[in-house]
Design a protein around this ligand. Structure first.
Ligand code: SAM
Length: 255
C-alpha cells in the first residue's frame, strides 16, 4: 500500500525492491518519528509531503567509498591496458551515489589510457537521486571514504580544502553526472565499460532480470561489465558473458 502510494504520488517505483530491505528502512522512519503504524505514517505523508524526500533518502542507500574492492580496479586496469590503451571509451557508472565510484573510474582511466584517448573519453555517472548528484558534482569527501586511495593517487588527484578532500578539475571534467532511474528510464547505448555495483542487491529477482536487459542492451559486444561482489548475472543472460579473472564480478560480453 505504502509503496503504491509513493509510486502514485512521486513516481518512485520501489514496488519490486526487496521487500525486507525496504520495510526495514520504512520502519526506521516510523521508529525515529515515534509513529506506531503504516496507516499513521501514510497520514503524515499527506500532511507533510516533505517527508517523502526524507523517506526517499532512506530508501536509496548510498554507502560507497573510493576504489571499493581495490582488486576490481586492478583487474580492470590490466584488461584496459591489454585491449584499449589508445581507444576513446564510453563508460557508464550506473547507481553512482555521491560519485566516489565514478571518480575512481576516472582516476583509473587517467592512468591506463593514452593521453589522446583519455582526453576524449567520457564517463556518464547516473543515479535516481538528484541530491546525491549535486553532492557528487561538488566532489568533496571526508577521509573515511578515501582509505583505499594510494598516497600517490591522493597527491595527484585531490586537493585539501577545509578538512575535506576535493577531486581535481582534470578528473571531475571526465565525469558527466545525470539523473537516470534504471527501473523507469531508457538506458545509455554504445557503452564499452559499465559499472553497476551494489544496486541489484536491492531488487527482487524479476526486477533484476528486467534491469539487466537494459544493461545488456547498453553494453557493446566485447565490453566490460562490473557488478558488486554479491551480485550475479541473471540466468537468462549468463551465456552472453565470460568472467574476467577468477573473482566473479567483472565480465566481458561475448562478441
Ligand atoms: C549502495 S549505492 C552503490 C554506490 C556504488 N555503485 C558502489 O557500489 O559503491 C546504490 C545507489 O543506487 C542508487 N539507486 C537506487 N535505486 C536506483 C534506481 N532505480 N536507478 C538508479 N539508481 C538507483 C541509490 O540512490 C544509490 O546511490
Amino acid at each position: 500500500m505504502l509503496l503504491e502510494k509513493i509510486y502514485n504520488e512521486r513516481g518512485w517505483d520501489f514496488r519490486n525492491y526487496k521487500r525486507s530491505s525496504v520495510m526495514r528502512r520504512v520502519s526506521k522512519r516510523l521508529m525515529l518519528l515515534d509513529i506506531p503504524s503504516y496507516g499513521e505514517y501514510s497520514g503524515l505523508l499527506d500532511r507533510d509531503p516533505s517527508e517523502y524526500d526524507r523517506l526517499f533518502a532512506n530508501l536509496t542507500i548510498k554507502v560507497s567509498e573510493f576504489f571499493r574492492e581495490p582488486e576490481v580496479f586492478d583487474r580492470l586496469c590490466d584488461a584496459i591496458k591489454e585491449n584499449w590503451r589508445d581507444k576513446v571509451l564510453k563508460v557508464w557508472c550506473c547507481g553512482c551515489g555521491y560519485g566516489e565510484e565514478a571518480y575512481s573510474i576516472a582516476m583509473l582511466l587517467a592512468e591506463c589510457l593514452s593521453l589522446e584517448a583519455i582526453s576524449n573519453t567520457k564517463i556518464f555517472a547516473t543515479d535516481i537521486d538528484p541530491e546525491a548528484l549535486d553532492a557528487a558534482r561538488k566532489a568533496l569527501y571526508r577521509d573515511e571514504s578515501l582509505k583505499n586511495v594510494r598516497p600517490d593517487v591522493l597527491d595527484k588527484y585531490f586537493t585539501r580544502t577545509d578538512g575535506l578532500y576535493k577531486v581535481k578539475y582534470g578528473i571531475r571534467n571526465l565525469v558527466k553526472f545525470g539523473v537516470l532511474d534504471i527501473v523507469r528510464s531508457p538506458s545509455i547505448s554504445g557503452v564499452e565499460v559499465l559499472f553497476c555495483r551494489n544496486l541489484f542487491i536491492y531488487f527482487n529477482k524479476p526486477l533484476q532480470a528486467q534491469v539487466f536487459e537494459k544493461l545488456d542492451y547498453s553494453l557493446k559486444p566485447g565490453g566490460l561489465l562490473v557488478l558488486g561482489k554479491a551480485e550475479v548475472i541473471p540466468p537468462l543472460f549468463a551465456h552472453k558473458y565470460a568472467p574476467v579473472g577468477t573473482r566473479l564480478s567483472t565480465f566481458r560480453k561475448r562478441t
